[in-house]
Design a protein around this ligand. Structure first.
Ligand code: GYE
Length: 328
């Protein structure tokens, strides 16, 4: 079952704006940073009463939390959906009750877009395309552009926008480069434990055939690196296989600095202030953008590739240094 922390029950909170936030879970460092951003933004000091619910990665818990928020007559519902589908019924209930719903991070796929007021999050397919473009440029720069490349994809939670987009970005590149092969794609559910478990079995199956391990978040990469090293292989540019990742959390960039994660595509978790801006605009009776993408960068362990291009646009690649990590 999910845990609802009712942060304030006192009835003297008349002029606070009540926000019910249904969070996916606590599966990753990214998620922890996202929760922290939401909690520190929606504080009493800032004029809010936050009802926070951790759904432990289960959609049924999120649906129950939303029904609970409707019953409590919150002013706004904020939903970080675990997967894209399956929201029509409960969002219709929120709409019927007149509670605006703001979607954050992953997207919902609903038949009627009026079931939510606004969405803010990342362009996950662009993230995937950027990672794949980096891999291509890196192999070219290393003089290995024409050699066969065997890739395994440790996917995120199946059906989550972050998984759908990142997998799609890789698959598009695999079909473009005839020397790239996707040996396998398996979900690591965005967790370190599952990332490690999945990598252990991929190593049993493919061993040193694997050249590239494409992890769809940092925590999976940590688990995969442990599995690779435990099996006696070396990770990194001069090793047996390279590991790529997404999120660029502090711990993730630290592993990028030491070369174990060769490339780390950023995903920004600091959505609290963005959601607050949406709510403040709505409070003034003004309209908000239906969808808003966050700008994100890409980091690598060395400066071999300084710029990549995706669909005709160029993106700078930042070489990770201690200063870069400290400044974030
Ligand atoms: O990449 C991963 C987390 O949806 C963007 O979820 C988010 C993803 C993030 O578990 O670490």
């Amino acid at each position: 079952t999910s845990s609802t922390e009712d942060t304030k029950t006192d009835t003297g909170s008349g002029d606070l704006i009540t926000v019910g936030f249904s969070q996916v879970g606590a599966e990753s460092d990214w998620r922890t940073a996202n929760t922290e951003s939401m909690k520190s933004t929606f504080s009493e000091e800032n004029g809010y009463e936050l009802i926070f619910d951790d759904a432990q990665q289960k959609q049924e818990n999120q649906i129950a939390a939303i029904r609970n928020f409707i019953q409590q007559e919150v002013d706004y519902i904020v939903l970080a959906p675990v997967t894209e589908t399956g929201w029509d019924t409960v969002l219709q209930e929120a709409k019927d009750a007149g509670v605006p719903v703001i979607i954050v991070d992953r997207m919902v796929n609903v038949s009627d877009d009026s079931l939510y007021t606004a969405w803010v999050g990342s362009n996950f397919e662009l993230e995937g395309k950027k990672a794949a473009a980096w891999l291509y440029a890196y192999l070219q720069a290393a003089g290995k552009g024409e050699e066969p490349v065997n890739i395994v994809d440790i996917q995120g939670t199946i059906g989550a926008s972050a998984q759908i987009g990142r997998t799609a970005g890789l698959e598009a590149a695999v079909s473009e480069h005839s020397n790239w092969t996707l040996l396998a794609k398996v979900s690591g559910e965005f967790t370190q434990a599952k990332g490690q478990e999945v990598m252990e079995s991929l190593l049993k199956q493919y061993g040193d055939q694997i050249d590239v391990v494409y992890c769809e978040n940092d925590n999976e990469a940590f688990g995969a690196i442990d599995a690779i090293e435990a099996a006696g292989y070396k990770v990194g540019a001069d090793g047996d296989m390279i590991v790529m990742s997404f999120d660029s959390t502090n711990a993730g960039l630290t592993e990028t600095l030491n070369g174990k994660i060769i490339c780390n595509t950023e995903c920004n978790p600091l959505h609290g202030p963005r959601v607050q801006e949406i709510i403040q605009t709505l409070e003034k009776g003004e309209t908000v953008n239906k969808q808003e993408y966050v700008d994100e960068g890409i980091f690598s362990f060395d400066g071999a590739v300084s710029v990549i291009s995706v669909d005709g646009a160029e993106y700078p690649v930042t070489k990770v240094t201690k200063e870069v990590i400290e400044s974030r």
